[in-house]
Write a protein that binds this ligand. Sequence first.
Ligand code: GDP
Ligand code: MN
Length: 379
Amino acid sequence: MDLFEYQGKQYFAQYGIAVSPGDTADTLEEAIAVAERIGFPVVVKAQVKVGGRGKAGGVKLADNMDELKLHAGNILGLDIKGHVVRRLWIERSSDIKKEYYASFTLDRPNKTHLGMLSASGGVEIEVVAEENPDAISFLSIDPVRGLDLETARRWVAEANLDEVAREQAAEMLVKLYVCYVEGDCDLAEINPLILTPDDKVHALDAKVTLDENASYRHPEWDAFRWSETEDPREMMAKERGLNYIGLDGSVGIIANGAGLAMSTLDVVNQAGGSAANFLDIGGGANADVMAAAMEVINSDPKVKSIFVNIFGGITRVDEVAKGVLEALKRVDISSPIVLRLDGTNAVEGRAILAPYLNEKLITEPTMLEAARRAVELAN
Ligand code: GDP
Ligand code: MN
């Protein structure tokens, strides 16, 4: 899960990293109130989950109320690389003497964490890497040993941060590392990390990606799920504990196992259709799971047919068949359902469904035939 800048800053603040005081605003009125509360000059910042907001006109300084109204009015509703701005972050403006870059991310091939630090921040790190690769100082961090202050001190010197910034930056890097590890981030990036004219080091931006695999131990992350920005189908699926990803097509898909679900998307494409979702009901799916899956798919107005693709292994097809009937009892399904049932107890499963088959509940013997039928029904 990617965080908005303001959420990233809230996260950083919990770990003692210095950020500017500020607040969010979803309307011009709220923006005015926030600016009044924190005092001018302020910076008005578009909250979208994409970089390069500054260049796109999504970050503006306001010295007074007139400027604030102008910028807040322009930025709300602004389209930045396909992301429409619905929320602003307004913070006390900082004076900048220097802009640095700092981040921690995973180095998967080397099974370590990777720190990146540069005295040339404020521009995208990819651009620095391209034009001036020597300006980035990389630090490989053994996850067992972590990052201590001594190592951080050597690192800030090696990266040529200004002398006055070094001690504060080293301390902040250790805090950022703790935030990154204990906070279960895949990425924690500060760009720019600034040095102010009065020699204070301070995070002016925050880019944080949380590792969803760790969400079970972070109930507090729920506060970061700003509901309006998420796919309502995915929210519904999440509430029901399903492994679901919303897509744009018209064939709803239910399969057991992630591999089979992916193959099902391919075969639907091959048959000339497009999938409305990815949904893996996992092993041993019972009636409850089937009903929940059908409910989510049924709630999607774009769905015109449902393709249930089950290859029984540990999952027994007769159980799935019972689940389908149970689901049909519980949920009023608007689209026709095409089933491909194979594997363990497939014969028993098909026999269970046989008396109920009609033009809205169809079985096909193979995956490809079932895909073709589902696509035909969706068109
Ligand atoms: P990004 O373009 O999406 O990375 O957004 P940033 O939050 O990094 O802001 C872009 C740029 O705006 C920064 O690199 C700064 O140069 C500038 N900026 C942001 N906040 C302030 C501020 O408080 N004061 C000043 N003077 N410049 C700022
Ligand atoms: Mn930035």
